[in-house]
Every structure is written in C-alpha cells, then in structure tokens.
Write a protein that binds this ligand. Sequence first.
Ligand code: 3PG
Length: 393
Amino acid sequence: KKTIRDFDFNDKTALVRVDFNVPLKDGVVTGDDRIVKAIPTIDYLVENGAKVVLVSHLGRPKGEYKEEFSLAPVAKRAAELLKKDVKFIPSKEVVDVKVIEEVKNLKSGEIALLENLRFVKGEEKNDPDFAKKLASLGDIFVNDAFGTAHRAHASNVGVTEFLPSCAGLLVEKEIKYFEDALKNPEKPFAAILGGSKVSDKIGVIENLLEKVDVLVIVGAMANTFLKSKGLEVGKSLVEDDKLDLAREIMAKATENHVEIILPKDVIVAPELSDNAKGTLKKVEDVGQDDMILDIGKESLKDIEGSLSKAKTVVLNGPCGVFEIEEFSHGTIELVKILAKLDATVIVGGGDSVAAVEKAGVADKLTHISTGGGASLEMLEGKKLPGIEAVEEA
Ligand code: 3PG
C-alpha cells in the first residue's frame, strides 16, 4: 500500500481528486470544512515541488454544464484558505486542448483547479476514455476525496488504471479513525444513529450490533422502533413495512447484550413547517395528531447517562428535523454531551457535522468526518471503491 510519502513529487504533476462538494449560496461557499481538510495534502505536495492539479465534483449536474454548479467560487475560497494562488482552469468538458496546455505551463509549487467533473457524463459512468483523459494531465494520482470514496467514478477509480496512485493525507486519516474504531474499539463502545429511515441505516445497524455495547436510536428512524413496541406515533414519519425488522433488531440486540436506547420524550408539532411550534411530550403521551420532530430533555439525560462510561462513540445522523431551528436543539445538545466525554468520538454525516459547528465543539471531538455516505459505508464495514482502487493500483 503506497502512501503519498512514497513518491517523489519534485517537478511532477500531481492529479489530486479532492471532495470540494461544498454548500454554496448565491455563488459563495457557506461551509468550507472539506476545503480546509484538504489543505495538508495540498501543502505537502506544494512543499515537495509538485505541480498540483485539483479535480472535484460539485452537486449533481447530471453530466451537463450548468453555471450554478461551476467550481469557480470554490477556487476563490480555496485560494483564501491556502493563502496561495489557485488558478481556475474552466472548461465545460473539464479536459480539452486548452486545459492540457495550461496544465503543461504550470510551474513546480503552483496549484490549479479544473471545472466540475460531473459536467461530463463519463465521470459517473466511470468511462475509461474520460479516466484516460484525466490521467493524461498528471504523472501521479492522489486520491484525497474521502467524501466520494463510496462512488466508483472515473476520477477516483478509473484513473488509477492509468497512473501510479496513492491516497492523500485526509483519506489516510479518515480510514485510520474508522478502522481503529471498528476493528479495535476501546470499550465500552457506543453508537448513536439518527436520521429519517431505518432502511438507510440497516447495514450500519447490522454491522454495529456485532461490535457495540450501547446503540442509541434517534431521529425519525426511532419512530419505527417506538411503533413496533406498540406506542402511538401519530402523524410522524414511520416505515410501516419495517416494524418487524425493528423487532428483529431489538431481539438481536438482547441476544448480543447490546443495550438499545430509544427516546423517552419527544418534541411534537401538528405539522412540519418552518414556523411550527414544538411541544414536549413523553413518548407514551404522543397523540394521533402529533408529529415527532425532535427528542426532548429526558431523552438527552438518558443518553448522557448511558454514554457516561463510553470510551468510543460514533455518531451519524440527526435527532430531529435539524434544518428547522425549532427542531435542531436535540442534535445540538447531543453533540455538546459528546464534547464532554472522556472518549474517542467520531462524528459523520452532514447534519451531525453542522450541529458540531453550530455548537462550537469541533475541537473537543476526536474526528469529524468529511464523509456523509462514505462514513456510513465505513460503518457498514464495506470496502469503499475509491479506497480499494488506490490500494490495488
Ligand atoms: C457527498 O457529499 O456525500 C459526496 O460529495 C458525494 O456526493 P454524491 O452523493 O452526490 O455522490
């Protein structure tokens, strides 16, 4: 397995896949965590004399050019964060003769960013012709796009067929934290899973039931568990076809001596809207017209108690409808609890990471993953194609 340290980058062109799929509003980057976390690799390459060609996707433009998906604002933000010039080399085809020429003219230590890879259909199809075109730009391929590692696309898998390849420093670090937590966790090991659907997390639950001591289930997926225990969930989001599955999971947990923690109290509203007002209720008191939208104080206390001795904790997914302020408190209070623990704490998933930032506790947690889907697949115990490709190259 080669690392970035095994290559001589001096005067070489490093083609670097990053995940600069960041939130934008009115052409301005509103969350730059993924850019910040790519800096160590970019700095390393610059310091070692490489010409750095960054490639990324942004959003889902579905294989055609759309101005609002341009990486131009990201190039600007990256330059500010790196405190270095980042030459944006735009082309609707990502790679064309002009781009090739401009990349050739880069000098050692210079950084360029190309246009959104997903403007080209071949990217998501892992088309070998597009992969070859990309590869023709560089001498060495570095994959530092952990957030995209669960995709098998031309820019992270296909390209490794054509260039000597390695993982970047961010990918290395992400894998280390997830692997350490999953293979050899310091016990007690607790997982907190939230989000809307049991069906999205079933692979994670199955894998973690073999490893954890405590499994906390929050978010709308908890509704399915509450209903499977005979509780009223009113108008809440629930997966009726997963009630048996929820019972099986709870039975399996008992068999494996895994303590399952479900919400004890919840915030309900008559409907989900931006100005809905929440009411605190015990789960036993939820009525037919209630919609469960967050967890309550007693639940948080209960979770805090069950985590007090934990030495390893993973969190993925929100406790409620995080994007609406009124129902974001459970998630924010939960990450504050995690920040106080004397434990290795790993957080993944967009809403959970946003909650960490909102609560201002990022520096008190061990690892905040840049992966949403990718971190879930790590927790499922899956091999990620983007990582396998560089390992096998
Ligand atoms: C993410 O944000 O999870 C990654 O950048 C992957 O994006 P995708 O889900 O559009 O493939």
